[in-house]
Write a protein that binds this ligand. Structure first.
Ligand SMILES: O=C(O)CCC(=O)C(=O)O
Ligand SMILES: [Fe+2]
Length: 223
């Protein structure tokens, strides 16, 4: 496993583009409430990019694919190359939106057809306790704090290890101002959002090296 903590100030500029051509998951809306945009933003839990992982079957398919955001692709490739994975191609990402009481239970990420390349994970906003375990849930996990601007590279054994996010930790040191340049209304709204939220973007390669599309026999991942 390798972990790198770098580039706090240089990883915000693709924010608008990242949210283009994405699949969103918003928690069910209570029809008795009025669904203001703030209400909907608060219910947003994840977005997928590139190959859109089917949340129920955990399978990717060619029919559920949109262009991967070029800026995020370049950034992920630069991080992968800097950590010794220069063949890495960004083809899918999950953007997780955590609130102060959110958590993510223990799981492995194994839907990708090609598992030899790392997962590149970017964290913004509030901090998280990240637990990194082993190949079974019996392996006691190691706790790691992921802060805003941290980049984690899950490679080697950690690529297929169990991991979880049991707690979001409040921080007043999340460099909110670094996450945007111009003080537009949208930036101000983002500043308010991120003051009590964590965003994690984790980027994956799905296909084997050189393969550009999924063929019909691909994508039979099991949970
Ligand atoms: O939020 C994180 O740091 C981890 C997210 C994760 O493990 C996932 O989306 O599969
Ligand atoms: Fe994961």
């Amino acid at each position: 496993m390798s972990w790198v903590h770098i580039y706090k100030k240089s990883i915000h500029s693709s924010r608008a583009e990242v949210l283009d051509s994405a699949v969103f998951k918003i928690l069910p809306v209570d029809t008795h409430q009025n669904n203001s945009s703030k209400d909907l933003i608060d219910r947003l839990r994840w977005v997928t990019l590139g190959y859109h992982h089917n949340w129920d079957t955990k399978v990717y398919s060619e029919s559920m694919r949109t262009e991967f955001p070029p800026n995020l692709s370049r950034l992920s490739k630069a991080v992968a190359t800097a950590t010794g994975h220069d063949k890495f191609e960004a083809q899918a990402a999950i953007v997780n939106f955590y609130h102060m009481h959110s958590s993510l239970s223990g799981h492995t990420d194994h839907s990708e057809i090609h598992m030899e390349e790392p997962i590149i994970s970017f964290s913004f906003g509030q901090s998280a306790i990240f637990l990194l375990g082993g190949s079974t849930k019996a392996v006691p996990p190691v706790p790691i704090i992921l802060r805003s601007g941290d980049v984690a590279v899950m490679a080697g054994a950690s690529r297929s290890a169990y991991h979880a996010v049991p707690r979001i930790l409040p921080t007043d040191n999340c460099h909110v101002a670094d996450l945007y340049h111009d003080c537009t209304a949208a930036d101000e709204a983002f500043g308010k959002y991120i003051a009590s939220a964590r965003i994690n973007i984790n980027v994956r390669q799905v296909l084997p090296p050189g393969q550009k599309f999924m063929s019909s026999g691909d994508g039979s991942a099991t949970t």
